[in-house]
Design a protein around this ligand. Structure first.
Ligand code: AMP
Length: 383
């Protein structure tokens, strides 16, 4: 064995080791399941006693993400630590990195934590986005609207998700009212893009800069929340290839290590980056049943310094999100869904079903993508 091979082997974190994750939602749960399937132990940090990932973990440390004793416990117990959400305090990742391997880095997560930073970083790095302007005070609104044109979307810079913290505005008065509604916190104003489609690319990038890219997903949203992902995306091959290249370039410029997603708008036949997510992504859930390696196994592999898995798509697939809304009408009717041999159900173990809350998803596999889409739509109504 060459000396390089020996040193590479030394860096590997192998089954039996304990992996840590900050955040215990559904993404953390699916990471935990992948890691445990591969023989790792998992320690989850999440303040919620009933967290979806905590239910599946070997150890659930129930504490705040900044709790010094909790961070000390994770740092001392884990061979490596990752995260499942972008709002994890960067200071906690920095502290943990003093004790063990942390991926992605605090610096990469910090860029994606704040829409304003993210958009500015993307534009400065030469990536195309919708026209935008930063709004830090009411006085910025007039010039911002002039820069973006109308209609526009005012979005809070931090802690917005699934269309929350967003308002469509057509006039200065509306923009002022929305800014006040958001408590005058820092915002980004974005020009409203006439979307032809939305697509995303989930990828994994390792320490050596090697990337494994999953197939491009075409995403349909309802009320700002992902409803369906259709894979492969129904876009020209050249556009899909361009999306993959741009996503890889974003990961490279961030020096990213881990699994991440880049969401795009397709407008005027071209691509604009909407968002970067420094974690596995809802639009990558199709990989759980339709790919050789899924996004969560890939997250484990990168974290542990293992070679990247094969991201190849084995079957056309449509992923349908199952939201809490389905619990309102004597549903959900699981029997209707489970009657189909080509539908794979994933539920997240959340106790309270609220409208808009992501409770689970299912993947519909069919050699005929149109048939998969029809069945997914039928299931959405049948549930
Ligand atoms: P976001 O949370 O920023 O990803 O927004 C949620 C969804 O709102 C997106 O997936 C789009 O469907 C829509 N959206 C967000 N920003 C824009 C925009 N600038 N123009 C048109 N639609 C948008």
């Amino acid at each position: 064995m060459s000396s390089k091979a020996v040193s590479d082997t030394k860096r590997l974190i192998l089954p039996g080791a304990t992996l840590g994750i900050l955040g215990g939602g559904q993404l953390g749960r699916m990471f935990t399941l992948a890691a445990r399937t591969m023989g790792y132990k998992v320690m989850v940090l999440d303040p919620d006693a009933a967290s979806p990932a905590g239910q599946m973990a070997d150890v659930h440390v129930q504490a705040d993400y900044t709790d010094p004793a909790a961070l000390k416990k994770l740092g001392a117990s884990c061979a490596a630590i990752t995260t499942e959400f972008e709002n994890v305090p960067a200071a906690s990742l920095i502290e943990l990195a003093r004790h063990c391997r942390v991926a992605p880095s605090a610096a990469a997560v910090a860029i994606a934590q704040d829409r304003g930073h993210e958009k500015t970083w993307l534009a400065d790095s030469g990536f195309a986005t919708a026209p935008f302007a930063l709004v830090n005070s009411e006085a910025d609104l007039e010039a911002a609207l002039a820069a973006t044109g109308t209609p526009a979307l005012l979005k809070v810079s931090r802690f917005g998700y699934d269309g929350k913290g967003q308002a469509r505005v057509a006039t200065l008065a509306e923009a002022r009212a929305a800014f006040q509604d958001f408590g005058r916190q820092a915002c980004v104003l974005e020009g409203f893009v006439k979307l032809e489609r939305e697509v995303s690319v989930v990828l994994a990038r390792d320490d050596a800069g090697q990337c494994a890219l999953f197939s491009v997903a075409e995403n349909r949203h309802e009320n700002g929340i992902l409803d369906l992902s259709i894979v492969p995306a129904r876009v020209p091959g050249s556009l899909a290839q361009q999306a993959r290249e741009v996503a890889q370039s974003v990961a490279g410029k961030l020096g990213y290590v881990g699994v991440m997603a880049v969401e795009f708008f397709v407008a005027d036949g071209g691509l604009l980056i909407n968002e970067v997510a420094p974690r596995p992504h809802n639009s990558g859930h199709y990989t759980l049943d339709a790919c050789v390696t899924d996004q969560f196994e890939q997250q484990v592999r990168v974290l542990c310094g293992l070679p990247l898995g094969d991201p190849r798509l084995l079957s056309p697939v449509v992923m349908l999100n199952i939201l809490g809304d389905r619990w309102n009408t004597n549903g959900p009717h699981w029997d209707a869904l489970l009657a189909h041999p080509n539908i794979k159900l994933h539920l997240y173990g959340k106790q309270a079903a609220r409208p808009g809350r992501k409770m689970g998803h299912c993947n519909v596999l069919d050699a005929d993508l149109d048939a998969a889409l029809r069945l997914a739509e039928q299931m959405r109504d049948a549930l």
